[in-house]
Design a protein around this ligand. Structure first.
Ligand code: FES
Ligand code: FES
Length: 158
């Protein structure tokens, strides 16, 4: 399997597991969180070939050649993704538990749409729940990340 741009072996014993368990319990990539385990909360969101998926509902056996990206690898060679920069600048997290999933969904949205409307953000983010209620800051940070990606926001501005 390809995870965060490196190839990892999948032992036979893990082929029937969920991608979430494989990432957290086998690879130690604990940035991806277990929330509901039923596809309802979005805490476990990762990318498969750039598309946001719920890793709790994705069997390891279904990943195939798709590139898996977790929050640990989101920035890639840039180290810090614009979404991560925006989240930091606007101090989005409260307890933080949902935020990796939120950022993965936001990053997938921005890959599809560099200037998302309020409606697009609502649609893209409605499956990511936050019990702390950080939704207004998340929305603001998505606009901010889009501006950073477009080169409109110097680092540290605002
Ligand atoms: S843990 Fe996967 S959606 Fe909640
Ligand atoms: S920041 Fe606490 S659940 Fe979202």
């Amino acid at each position: 399997m390809r995870v965060n741009q490196r190839t990892v072996d999948v032992p036979e014993a893990w082929t029937g597991a969920s991608l979430l368990s494989f990432l957290r319990d086998h690879l130690g990539l604990t940035g991806t969180k277990f929330g509901c385990g039923k596809g309802l909360c979005g805490a476990c969101t990762v990318h498969l070939d750039g598309t946001a998926v719920r890793s709790c509902l994705t069997p390891v056996s279904a990943v195939g050649d798709a590139a898996v990206t977790t929050i640990e690898g989101l920035g890639g060679e840039r180290a810090t993704h614009p979404v991560q920069r925006a989240w930091h600048e606007l101090a989005v997290p409260q307890c933080g538990y949902c935020q990796a999933g939120q950022m993965m969904s936001a990053a997938a949205l921005l890959t599809r749409d560099g200037a998302p409307s309020e409606e697009s953000i609502t649609q893209a983010m409605e499956g990511n729940l936050c019990r702390c209620g950080t939704y207004p800051r998340i929305r603001k940070a998505i606009h901010r990340a889009a501006a950073i990606e477009r080169g409109e926001a110097p680092q540290g501005a605002e």
